[in-house]
Design a protein. Structure first.
Lengths: 315, 525
């Protein structure tokens, strides 16, 4: 087992190196440089050249790449031009924000999506099914940034139940209640589309299962309908629902960027968008590499867990 | 079916749980405390080191934490004493001797004196200075005329310039000239930008990344302690979210209100502030080649564009029509006799016919956004429609801002006939000197991307730069404006009016023509 884990970790190294090359090249090749972005109207060739020298951007691309890589291996991701603080501090802080938001949204979409799908399937073509299907399709079709704006307008501006934006109150205690108050709207908003998708797919997975013989047997044995649905059918359907949930986890992470912008949530997606617009090279590179490394490690962990649980997967 | 019994119960339970949660968090949305002003900013600041930053957004904080040797008189762009009480300019315009204010201390307790002033400018300009590496200092060229700074005695400091340079005083009033505490720079080094110390009305208290910068009243401020206890600057990048925060009472003062949102703030509980500033939105015309090389065609473009419609409809009244190259906010240097080119499509058509440029194809560079560019795509489209209406055939090419600058700044030759541009400056010298002189063509390191060249204008601008008498400079600038307006190297479009909204709890607030945000007299209950 240790050998398998080591092998997987070693095989991740070329993947990560490839990512560093790609993200480095993209930032080097897109038009516009950080000095121009910083100087704006005052970007004379002379000023740009001097600032590039001060920023260490006058070296050749190959030199820049290896200096960056060398520092990164030692844990130094450099300093952001636009924020003037260590890239790693910023990325970790922001990644944490995204995890809180996306994690909550994921739990919401998994719980409510599966429940809606099951209720829908149990009541196929009935009023309950029609109502749920209608709401679900509505949820899938609304662009999340629009929904976010509307939720802010209704619940934050008109009703004043929730704060408009941010993650923590500017004044007052920073406890779990304050966080929940700030988290509610963006998390719901982010979860809506994913919930819809999960509900649709859970419904079809359940319908498939409900047609099978063992369900008829269970009913014939006199198992309570609730038991048939939730205990027998859902357990069998979970086999095809779980991979969908896995995909949705990726979806809420990447979809978080719109929500982060609308709700001013300090997450990694908004950070990367800002950084790209400001040509904050080191922050973009460091952010992408960090997030990519997390994905790679997460995948390895999932594979290892699966191989532990399922002896059929060869290690 | 039994499943529905379950659903109804579940619905009830969920409803009850939701109501309780709402009740619990409802109390979290509190009113902002009195005496503490919460400002909705447009972005996270880069640093609180005035020498290291370039964005107006950062200046809004800095101007309240630091002072310069001089500052702009309230409501004007004219210089008055601040940390310097008096100054003398030598007859050749190359030596400025400042007398410093006595008894001023930095927030960290160290004394403000001539050595501190010298430290500030040496740090920016002298590559051998031990703290030059706390940069980079992108706007240090504002002071590139300085040859030496000398501390004559404790309260006298002498600047020697390498050539007479009239905008020197107003550059000192610009945020790049704000004075920082040498002791704090020595203590924090490159981290000074997050541990700032100045002499201003507010002292730095706390910076929570991506959340807020908090400054507190400085009770010992030499110009009278501020009324507010503290100011919180919150970065809220999305304009709609910023508007929503203002409407929900989460912030007390909001800057850069999007034009379409202004109607939300009509009620009594809000005050909308407007102030025209030293901003010009214009089109650079390629005077070197193509149809725009003919002055009549350039004038025709000025007549053909309906600028009233642009500022009132596209920009919803957040700008005034521009008459010439100098914004009226520079009251002392602005030529009141200029009237903007009228909207006169017939005159435009006859000028085009005279020049034989009917149906000329024009390539028009438009940007997607960028500092001071207002609403560039909508404006570009409206301009295209106006120009096509008088017989041009305008093709728009749109670029993202940084790419756009990379295309426009090296010059339009061989690429385009016109390009959008906007500048915000602090002295009437800056824009024409950098963008209208023959010596400012792109190949000579300037911003004259349309290759305008008029020896008379060159001469006037050179003279105005070395004249130290303000009245003499004003005469020269006024003459320059008349000539440039007639030559029409640009289409003069708009002067942006900066806006802000305050709630009815905020008093004594006024925007400045410099676009700085000054809060030392503001009150809040």
């Amino acid at each position: 087992m240790t050998g398998y884990i080591l092998k997987r970790l070693l095989s991740a190294i070329p993947v990560l190196l490839g990512i560093t090359v790609i993200v480095f090249l993209i930032m080097a090749l897109i038009p516009g440089d950080p000095a121009t972005a910083i100087l704006g109207s005052y970007a004379t060739p002379e000023n740009v050249e001097k600032l590039n020298r001060d920023l260490g951007l006058d070296k050749t691309l190959v030199q820049q790449y290896f200096i960056w890589l060398g520092n990164m291996v030692q844990g130094d991701f450099g300093t952001s031009f636009a924020l003037n603080r260590p890239v790693l501090d910023e990325v970790i802080e922001r990644f944490n924000g995204t995890l809180i938001l996306a994690g909550t949204a994921f739990v919401l979409c998994a719980v409510f999506g599966v429940i809606a799908g099951v209720l829908s399937a149990a009541n196929q073509y009935g009023w309950g099914d029609k109502a749920i299907t209608f709401v679900v399709l509505l949820g899938i079709s609304i662009p999340s940034f629009f929904l976010g704006m509307m939720m802010i307008l209704l619940f934050a501006v008109n009703l004043r139940w929730f704060p408009v934006s941010g993650m923590w109150p500017i004044y007052g205690t920073r406890d779990i209640w304050a966080l929940l108050a700030h988290l509610t709207l963006p998390a719901i908003c982010l979860a809506v589309v994913a919930t819809g998708v999960v509900a649709r797919l859970s419904r079809s997975a359940m319908l498939e299962v409900l047609r099978q013989d063992f369900i008829r047997t269970a009913r014939a044995k006199g198992v309570h309908e609730r038991g048939v649905i939730w205990r027998h059918a859902l357990r069998a359907a979970m086999v095809s629902i779980i991979p969908v949930l896995g995909i949705q986890a990726g979806f809420v992470l990447s979809g978080a960027v719109y929500i982060e912008i609308v709700f001013q949530w300090p997450g990694v997606g908004r950070m990367l968008v800002d950084a790209i617009l400001k040509r904050d090279i080191l922050l973009v590179q460091g952010g992408v590499v960090f997030v990519a490394a997390c994905y790679v490690l997460f995948n390895i962990a999932v594979d290892v867990a699966q191989s532990l649980l399922d002896p059929r997967i060869k290690t | 079916m039994s499943i529905f019994k379950f659903t109804r119960r579940a619905a009830l339970a969920t409803g009850a749980a939701l109501t309780m949660t709402l009740a619990a968090v409802g109390g979290a949305v509190a009113q902002t405390p009195p005496g503490v002003l919460i400002v909705g900013q447009i972005a996270e600041p880069k640093a609180l080191d005035p020498a290291a930053v370039t964005a107006v957004n950062d200046f809004r904080i800095l101007m309240n934490v630091y002072d310069g040797l001089v500052r702009y008189k309230d409501g004007t762009l004219e210089v008055e004493p601040a940390l310097a009480t008096d100054w003398e300019i030598s007859d050749d315009g190359k030596t400025y001797t400042f007398t410093l204010r006595d008894g001023v201390t930095f927030h960290d307790g160290s004394a403000f004196n001539a050595e501190a002033v010298k430290f500030n400018f040496d740090r920016m300009l002298n590559e051998d200075h031990p703290f030059h590496d706390t940069g980079p200092f992108p706007l240090a060229f504002f002071f590139s005329a300085i040859e030496t700074v000398e501390a004559v005695d404790d309260l006298t400091v002498k600047f020697t310039l390498n050539a007479p340079y009239a905008p020197f005083l107003s550059n000192l009033a610009y945020p790049t000239g704000l004075i920082v505490s040498p002791a704090a720079v020595e203590q924090h080094g490159a981290d000074f930008g997050r541990n700032p110390s100045g002499t201003g009305a507010f002292k730095f208290a706390e910076w929570r990344s991506n959340e807020a910068v908090v400054v507190e009243a400085n009770p010992d401020y030499w110009d009278g302690a501020p009324d507010l206890q503290a100011v919180v600057f919150r970065p809220i990048t999305d304009a709609s979210t910023r508007t929503a925060e203002m409407l929900a009472g989460g912030i007390d003062l909001m800057v850069e209100v999007p034009p379409v949102a202004l109607s939300e703030f009509q009620g009594n509980q809000y005050t909308v502030h407007e102030q025209a500033g030293p901003h010009l939105w214009f089109l650079i015309l390629n005077t070197k080649e193509g149809p725009m090389a003919d002055k009549r065609v350039r004038q025709a473009a000025n007549f053909a564009i309906n600028k009233e419609a642009l500022v009132n409809e596209v920009l919803e009244g957040t700008a005034d029509v521009a008459a010439g190259p100098t914004p009226p906010a520079f009251a002392w240097a602005y030529n009141d006799d200029l009237t903007p080119y009228a909207y006169d499509p017939e005159k435009a058509k006859s000028l085009i016919a005279e020049a034989g440029a009917e149906g000329a194809e024009l390539t028009f560079y438009v940007t997607e956004g960028g500092s001071g560019m207002l609403d560039p795509i909508a404006m570009g489209t409206a301009i295209q429609a106006d120009l096509n209406a008088v017989g041009f055939d305008v093709k728009i090419e749109t670029y993202e801002w940084n790419t756009f600058l990379g295309e426009v700044n090296p010059g339009l030759e061989g690429k385009a006939d016109m390009a959008e541009m906007a500048w915000m400056t602090n002295d009437p010298d800056t824009l024409p000197f950098l963008a209208l002189r023959t010596d400012a063509w792109p190949d000579k390191g300037g911003f004259n991307s349309g290759y305008y060249s008029n020896p008379e204008v060159d001469e006037l601008l050179e003279q105005a730069r070395v004249a130290t008498d303000q009245n003499e400079r004003a005469t020269l600038y006024k003459k320059m404006q008349t000539i440039v307006q007639d030559d029409a190297p640009w289409v003069f479009v708009a002067n942006w009016k900066q806006n802000a909204v305050t709630s009815d709890r905020v008093g004594n607030f006024a925007l400045q023509p410099s676009f700085f945000l000054l809060l030392d007299d503001v009150t809040k209950n």
